[in-house]
Ligand binder design. Structure first.
Ligand code: CP
Length: 302
């Protein structure tokens, strides 16, 4: 991982994932370690973020580093017509590592190929969100004590949801069985189903959250993302497709946990928050430790 950009979750191996889990667990025990010792990290967010940007910035601060960057492209020279190529060329003269979120699919790969320093993809359109996936893996490992042979239910916007795309690819290394629950308009794209078929992994698709959920180890909820729809009527038709309510979790495994990358709109009723199955807020805390691990390993500090 040293000096290696993280653009797609498949840039790293299963052994790399496990190393990140191990180092993240170390940071969970002791999060304040002055490993960066004043080193500068660039955080370039061309698209809004709460968790990803702030957990990266918290991770960098706890490691004794400094953050430069922007939280919206409107405060950068992009508004004057500067290209992504030029922005990356310039910022890679200022920082040891760049963390970038951008609305265009493929932008992170393009940026990494033109950066003089490693680049971490913090989400590129509907494509990938690999650091979210690594914190999801860490959350699953902590709650299930294993990553192997789990029953994973993915619910909601499986078409545009970059978090489910990256997570599917990572969990396919651990022989997961998948159930995809979505309306027809938001089904898991064929390329990801082909990916599972090639690996010989089982998956099924359904439209409703029903009795089948009793075998779930993880229910991974997602938001229907208004910002990804070109047709507002399609968004209006699908936005309330699923609302997970507490009574729907009755009869599920005691160890089952509900994850969500957040933000949520209305897809998890607030009455689930106090359920022992809810894990989405703890999941956000795990993001700090996992991002500390990713930064330290890329910069060769662990
Ligand atoms: N999970 C996630 O990516 O959240 P943000 O959009 O707030 O960063």
């Amino acid at each position: 991982m040293k000096n290696t950009s993280l653009v797609s979750i498949t840039d790293y191996s299963k052994a790399d994932y496990m190393k990140i889990m191990e180092v993240a667990a170390d940071f969970e025990k002791n999060s304040y370690q002055n490993l960066l010792n004043g080193k500068v990290i660039g955080t370039l967010f061309f698209e809004p973020s709460t968790r990803t940007r702030l957990s990266f910035e918290s991770a960098i601060s706890r490691l004794g580093g400094k953050v430069i960057g922007f939280s919206e492209s409107g405060s950068s020279s992009v508004t004057k017509g500067e290209t992504l190529y030029d922005t990356i060329k310039v910022v890679s003269n200022y920082a040891e590592l760049i963390v970038m979120r951008h609305p265009l699919e493929g932008s992170a790969r393009y940026a990494s190929e033109n950066s003089n320093v490693p680049l971490v993809n913090a989400g590129d359109g509907a494509n990938q969100h690999p650091t979210q996936t690594l914190l999801d893996l860490y959350s699953i490992l902590k709650t299930q004590n294993t990553l192997d042979n789990l029953n994973i239910f993915m619910v909601g916007d499986l078409k545009y949801g970059r978090t489910v795309h990256s997570l599917l690819m990572a969990l396919s290394e651990f022989d997961a069985t998948f159930t995809f629950i979505s309306p027809d308009e938001l089904k898991m794209p064929q390329e990801y189903k082909d990916y599972l078929n090639k690996k010989g992994l089982k998956f099924s698709e359904q439209k409703d959250i029903d009795e089948a959920v009793k075998v779930a180890d993880i229910i991974y909820m997602t938001r229907v993302q208004k910002e990804r729809f070109s047709d507002p009527i399609e968004y209006e038709r699908t936005k309330n497709a699923y609302v997970l309510k507490r009574e729907m979790l009755e009869g599920t495994k005691e160890s089952m946990r509900v994850l969500h990358p957040l933000p949520r709109v209305n897809e998890i009723d607030t009455d689930v928050d106090s359920s022992p199955h809810a894990y989405y807020f703890e999941q956000t805390e795990n993001g700090v430790y996992v991002r500390q691990a990713i930064i330290s390993l890329i910069l060769g500090l662990k």
